[in-house]
Design a binder for this molecule. Sequence first.
Ligand SMILES: NC(=O)c1ccc[n+]([C@@H]2O[C@H](COP(=O)([O-])OP(=O)(O)OC[C@H]3O[C@@H](n4cnc5c(N)ncnc54)[C@H](O)[C@@H]3O)[C@@H](O)[C@H]2O)c1
Length: 350
Amino acid sequence: MKTALVTGSSGLIGSEMVSFLDERGWRVHGVDNNMRRDFFGEHGDTTWNLERLRRETRRFEHHDLDVRDRAGIARLVAQTRPQLIVHAAAQPSHDLAAQRPFDDFEVNAVGTLNLLEAARAHAPETPFVFLSTNKVYGDAPNELELVELETRYDYADPARREGIDETCRVDESTHSLFGASKLAADVLTQEYGRYFGMPTVCLRGGCLTGPNHSGAELHGFLAYLARALRDGLPYRIYGYKGKQVRDNIHSYDVCTAIMAFADEPRPAAVYNLGGGRANSISMLEAIARLEELYGGKLETEYVEEPRRGDHVCYISDLRRFRGDYPGWELRYSLEDILAELVGERVEAPA
Ligand SMILES: NC(=O)c1ccc[n+]([C@@H]2O[C@H](COP(=O)([O-])OP(=O)(O)OC[C@H]3O[C@@H](n4cnc5c(N)ncnc54)[C@H](O)[C@@H]3O)[C@@H](O)[C@H]2O)c1
């Protein structure tokens, strides 16, 4: 039986990965200390998701372990010798990073180094998947010329239609402290691939979403929007007239991308991974569509000042990943994602 180690296993991506692997006969060791609750308060509490995993899986073992615990992480990797490592534990918010810079860096950058070093010592042949972020580019994507359409911004140059690719520069731009700590982890992950020849990959996520997101105002765009509509909470739009664009990918499709890499790993690989143009939506469009689906009206408040360094229009160019893994395809359309968020069950095709 194959064994995997998944960090952040009570979070959106980690928990989807646990279920995905468990269904396919893997033994999965999950690492999560519910730090999301500490970061975001009650809305961020992931206990419900851990309990769900315990109910629904067969070979999942949970470890209430902090990725900052270097010795504990090394011990766990030595004991379990996993054939796949998926590192999805993180402090994921810009705003929170500014309030708690040391926690942010220690979890995101040092936590990743702890895992990489444990993998080098005890499982150097094992595919190592790091969930990185498009924030490694800072706000450099905002330098592209844009056109303002009725409900969204878009790229002015038709040659840019597919969006931002991996050659976008990563320095001399505003990242937020979160983007900086993730970039440190991203470069470290690449270096363990290049310098030590380990099969590492950085998947630079767009908006990752799905039903198992403990949506909080500071993190989880669509999940929190859906929650605000359902619970009648006011929703704040930060700048750009609400025309900022995000591309959304379902957590299931992130798992299939991870498995595509795990089956055919390449050292020091870097890919942008999002929903691409087909799954892109602006804030205004998302609000309108979710209001339609819920049959309600969202109470919005417009804040003139955008979040610092926030992308105006970000669409992930998926061509590099698709080129290397032509068998991979998105199973969840944007409509599927939205329908699921409002409570309709959307089955992932087998
Ligand atoms: N959700 C997105 O839109 C998005 C976009 C781009 C990149 N990413 C990246 O993908 C990864 C997964 O994101 P997610 O949306 O599943 O986040 P999440 O917050 O839902 O899950 C992260 C999990 O990590 C756990 N965690 C935090 N600190 C920990 C620590 N010190 N030790 C152990 N566990 C800890 C949290 O409790 C949480 O359950 C993160 O690295 C994130 O930066 C996410």
